[in-house]
Design a protein around this ligand. Structure first.
Ligand SMILES: Nc1ncnc2c1ncn2[C@@H]1O[C@H](COP(=O)(O)OP(=O)(O)OP(=O)(O)O)[C@@H](O)[C@H]1O
Ligand SMILES: [Mg+2]
Length: 315
């Protein structure tokens, strides 16, 4: 433990408040930050903290000489990560992933693994917490506003398999687990809305651990039906974005105002769309996605998967 790098609780709260403002940074603030970095006035790993140079110069100098900030940047200051990095002798590995939502940091060490990711929608933290408690998604930890800090699910993605080899656990068993996971979500008014077993680049949201249990990761597009039929514009967008009607509309290069009025008018139609229709889309995505997984699952595998799914899926 390098005690000289431990921060006072006041310093930590200043740092954490700076981090919490990052996801909602204005364009002009982002521009100012990039300028500081590109002109060399601020080292790139300190970009998120550059304003502290004026407001809290002593704290800024402390960050400048902190070797952990070079390695972990802002991620080292998240509650669980801070304990692991600054208050123990561990020095976890850090890797990065993520596309749609921005940078996802994955911290792994002998004692502890965790993931820190920016929120993709304003209800994601609440939905991910519910899904974690249902043991369908990763457990959620204390985090900072604007970000999730969650359990790293170790295991294999379903797409790590190949149709030339027997897949373990058997597809019927994976189908049963997915059926029961979606049942739990739907019983608890959550439409996962992203049952992507595989995208064209073989990225998946389904992780299977060594014991053969599954977890779904990424609740960035999920919808809570707690307030059905009332959905926000953001939720309405997440619901329509994959629909043919929206694809055709967006191909016409709509203005921001056009998009807003399209979503507003769609928002009013939810009272005519039953919750069952909304939950059905999780099954529709699943069956459509399976058809595109010829290199991962054979035709009999796919049939077995869906047989298992319908055995376990109850609504
Ligand atoms: N809890 C987790 N446990 C293990 N790996 C995770 C976890 N969360 C995210 N990952 C890894 O990070 C990747 C990106 O995370 P996520 O799907 O939440 O972000 P994204 O921006 O939607 O990325 P993508 O477009 O790749 O799906 C995942 O595909 C997975 O490899
Ligand atoms: Mg994703």
């Amino acid at each position: 433990m390098q005690l000289s790098y431990v921060y006072t609780s006041e310093e930590l709260s200043t740092i954490r408040s700076t981090i919490s403002h990052l996801p909602t940074m204005s364009k002009s603030d982002a521009h100012a930050m990039n300028l500081k970095v590109s002109t060399g006035a601020c080292p790139s790993h300190l970009g998120p903290f550059h304003k502290l140079n004026d407001s809290h110069p002593d704290l800024y100098r402390k960050l400048v000489i902190d070797a952990f900030v070079v390695k972990y940047g802002a991620y080292g200051f998240f509650p669980k990560a801070y304990d692991l990095i600054y208050l123990s002798d561990e020095s976890p590995n850090i890797t990065f992933s993520g596309r749609t939502r921005g940078r996802v940091a994955i911290l792994t060490s002998s004692s502890y693994n965790m993931v820190i990711k920016p929120l993709q929608n304003s209800k994601e933290a609440e939905i991910a917490t519910r899904a974690g408690k249902l043991e369908v998604g990763p457990n959620q930890f204390d985090s900072l506003p604007g970000f999730l800090s969650e359990e790293y699910v170790s295991g294999k993605f379903i797409t790590d398999n190949s149709a030339n080899h027997d897949i373990m656990p058997q597809p019927v068993d994976i189908g049963i687990k997915v059926g029961s996971a979606l049942s739990k979500l739907h019983e608890n008014q959550i439409c996962y809305n992203d049952t992507t077993l595989s995208d064209p680049e073989k990225r998946s949201h389904l992780i299977i651990n060594q014991a053969g249990n599954i977890k779904l990761i990424d609740f960035g597009l999920s919808l809570s039906l707690n307030e059905y039929p009332n959905f926000s514009i953001e939720e309405t967008f997440n619901y329509v974005r994959t629909m043919p009607i929206y694809r055709i509309f967006s191909a016409m290069n709509p203005t921001r105002e056009d998009v807003h009025s399209f979503l507003k008018s769609y928002q009013r139609t939810f009272k005519e769309i039953s919750p069952d229709t909304i939950y059905d889309r999780d099954i529709q995505f699943l069956t459509e996605g399976l058809q595109l997984m010829g290199d991962v699952l054979t035709e009999p595998d796919k049939t077995d998967f869906m047989k298992g799914f319908y055995e376990a899926y109850k609504r």
